[in-house]
Write a protein that binds this ligand. Structure first.
Ligand code: G3P
Ligand code: CA
Length: 240
């Protein structure tokens, strides 16, 4: 599976309707987005905790209303043609999603976002089998599995050493198994054949991020990963 990281973020501004549409056009198998809860309880799609890097105006997402967040443009840092791109809501992205592309929703907020996420997803029952939730927080993973137990959750993990020792790998596998998580979504640099085989032996799926060249992708698929998340889906999907 080729998953477009923040949409086709090499070709259009990350986490915008433009990058999502581009990923759809390229026929990515999946799309990854990041979500936060606004001050007035809307789910918005943005990576950072502030608006600074993409809009040059420095506001904390969770302290802004949706109306305030919609004042910022988050596209012209890539090119003038994207100057009308705004921070999208999750609803806008779900409206765009065709019935043959998976959506990996990364929760950047704390678990207070979950009831709002559940309500939003309930508005799109036709997408029920295409939605996966991912996140780095154990707290969020556990609460997500209580509230939305039928939605697969993949636990994200990375570390500074770019290497995973046996104890940590076992701990991650046990966390998934004992809480009914479907698998792991690892920084690709942590993955080798042994890591991949151990995860698969435990009947868990393995995804990874962020893989931006074809040789690394090929090696990872040979090791048995289920999908790679990439800023450049065009490398894998264009003319294919
Ligand atoms: O797909 C997971 C990956 O997106 C996690 O890292 O910082 O890009 O959200 P980040
Ligand atoms: Ca992410």
């Amino acid at each position: 599976m080729i998953i477009a990281h923040r949409g086709a973020s090499n070709l259009a501004p990350e986490n915008t309707c433009a990058s999502i549409k581009k990923a759809i056009e390229l026929k990515a198998d999946g799309i990854e987005i990041d979500i936060h809860l606004s001050k007035d309880n809307h789910i918005v799609v943005h990576h950072d905790y502030t608006t600074k890097r993409l809009s040059n105006k420095n506001f904390i997402i969770k302290d802004c209303t949706l109306a305030k967040l919609k004042e910022f443009e988050v596209g012209s840092h890539i090119g003038e043609e994207f100057k009308n791109e705004k921070i999208p809501t999750l609803n806008e992205i779900l409206e765009l999603l065709p019935n043959n592309i998976y959506l990996f929703i990364e929760i950047k907020s704390d678990k207070s976002i979950l009831p709002f996420l559940n309500k939003e997803l309930e508005k799109f029952p036709e997408l029920k089998n295409q939605i996966f939730i991912i996140g780095f927080s154990k707290d969020v993973a556990l609460a997500s599995k209580v509230l939305m137990k039928e939605i697969p959750f993949y636990f994200l993990y990375s570390n500074k050493e770019n290497e995973i020792n046996t104890a940590t790998l076992n701990e991650l596998i046990n966390f998934c198994k004992s809480n009914n998580l479907e698998g792991l979504d690892l920084d690709w640099k942590l993955i080798n054949q042994q890591v991949s085989s151990e995860i698969s032996k435990n009947d868990l799926k393995l995804y990874c991020w962020t893989v931006n060249n074809e040789i690394d992708a090929e090696n990872l698929f040979k090791m048995g990963v289920h999908g790679i998340t990439t800023d450049k889906p065009e490398l894998f999907k264009q003319n294919k």
